[in-house]
Design a binder for this molecule. Structure first.
Ligand SMILES: Cc1cc2nc3c(=O)[nH]c(=O)nc-3n(C[C@H](O)[C@H](O)[C@H](O)COP(=O)(O)OP(=O)(O)OC[C@H]3O[C@@H](n4cnc5c(N)ncnc54)[C@H](O)[C@@H]3O)c2cc1C
Length: 383
């Protein structure tokens, strides 16, 4: 049996690619090492509505835990600004299964509890090798998450920098927190180049930190800071997310790399569901075109199309690099400039007037303008 497309990984990137390709009647095989799609969950489970809209998906009560008004960014002096972009706290396992079910309805085959341990080009086909058997496909999609084995086997991975995260869940009644309608993200030196968060989820809370080192210690201090008793946690979740990956190309010889496997997680907010859905969809669209025209050379178009996506613009990483160097004073300056407003409300003119109070930051105007531009992208694509 030769599949039109074989997809390694059944996360949102792989699920979305499968959905797109199977919709056009092509034969798809998805392989995942997990026993159940989306389980265990390693995620803060926050996602904006635009992630659905952009990918032609509709909100569904089966996975919505709570509707959110947006994100609240909190700086060390306690001041904050808003990112008014509606979204959701979701049940991530149910969401991943919901995405995958669409393509199963279209005839996609799903092979669970099966690890792909190598790939090989035989003639003009790709083989996905597993312990049980080798599977043959015309197109291969690497949607295998942060470990990104497919890209490494292809030799196109140049650099991988990770962020580690640890989060606790608490029952609603065990944490008295003042914000229930926004995902709250904390910045400052206490996170040592990372960040912290409190995500309201209706009947529960998710409190966590992401960073490069000593996360357990940072979480302990953060729990004390926000005022919740770590002993009352109902669940501990730890995971790894890409922070900065560099690939020489997103395609090679009929293979496309999507989602976390290509390091597309937003480095400032840590969100990667949106970019996984988007890159998965685009890879699916490109695959369909190549299959329809019987020209696998067209797979290269994935690379060209992805370069146009705002979330892969270099300023997104530039902004994260600035944040890693910022002191508490810098974050407080940002909080003072945008206190209580939506980030989009700070026009260049208003910013100039406010900055008169902080003249030393005029010398960093370029950096601040870049951060402002990047935050607009993060608003839409960072979660
Ligand atoms: C602690 C934490 C919190 C996060 N919070 C958020 C958040 O709130 N919002 C947000 O948008 N993003 C968040 N993220 C990031 C988000 O979870 C990822 O960006 C997203 O899962 C990427 O989707 P994906 O489909 O690319 O990869 P994944 O969801 O990781 O899916 C990859 C799949 O490939 C499978 N796989 C891997 N290797 C193989 C193999 N060799 N053979 C077979 N199968 C294989 C895996 O089992 C997995 O199912 C968080 C990440 C972490 C770690």
């Amino acid at each position: 049996m030769v599949y039109d497309a074989i997809i390694v990984g059944a996360g949102p990137a792989g699920g979305m690619a499968a959905r797109q390709i199977s919709k056009e009647g092509y034969k798809v095989l998805v392989i995942d090492r997990k026993k159940v799609v989306g389980v265990p969950v390693q995620c803060g489970e926050g996602m904006n509505h635009f992630a659905l809209e952009e990918n032609d998906l509709k909100p569904n009560d089966s996975w919505i835990k709570k509707r959110m008004k947006g994100v609240k960014c909190i700086v060390p002096n306690g001041k904050f600004f808003h990112i008014n972009e509606p979204g959701y706290s979701i049940d991530r396992a149910k969401f991943d299964q919901w995405i995958m079910n669409h393509s199963l309805d279209n005839g996609t085959e799903l092979l669970l509890n099966t690890r792909v341990n190598g790939i090989e080009k035989r003639g003009d086909k790709w083989m996905a090798k597993t312990k049980k058997a080798d599977y043959e496909g015309k197109i291969l999609i690497g949607a295998d998450g942060f470990a990104s084995n497919v890209a490494r086997w292809l030799g196109i991975m140049k650099k991988r920098e990770f962020i580690k995260a640890i989060e606790y869940k608490f029952r609603y009644e065990d944490f008295d927190y003042p914000e229930e309608e926004r995902l709250c993200v904390y910045y400052g030196e206490r996170f040592n180049k990372g960040y912290g968060w409190v995500f309201p989820r209706g009947d529960e809370w998710n409190v966590g930190v992401g960073g490069f080192e000593n996360n357990k210690e940072k979480l302990k201090n953060f729990l004390k800071f926000v005022g919740v008793d770590g002993e009352k946690r109902t669940k501990v979740i730890a995971g790894v997310a890409p922070h900065h990956y560099v690939l020489s190309n997103l395609t090679k010889n009929g293979v496309m790399i999507v989602g976390d496997a290509a390091g597309m997680t937003n480095p400032t907010f840590g969100g990667g569901i949106h970019t996984a859905l988007s890159s998965g969809r685009i890879s699916g669209e490109v695959a369909c075109k190549a299959l329809e025209e019987e020209n696998l050379g067209l797979i290269e178009e994935y690379n060209t199309r992805m370069k146009k996506e705002p979330y892969l613009k270099p300023i997104v990483h530039k902004c994260a690099e600035y944040f890693k160097k910022w002191t508490d004073e810098d974050f407080n300056f940002l909080g003072n400039m945008m206190e209580g407003i939506d980030q989009s409300e700070l026009t260049i003119f208003k910013g100039f007037i406010k900055m008169l109070k902080y003249p030393k930051y005029f010398a960093r105007s370029r950096e601040l303008l870049l951060v402002k531009k990047a935050m607009r992208i993060n608003q839409k694509y960072g979660w």
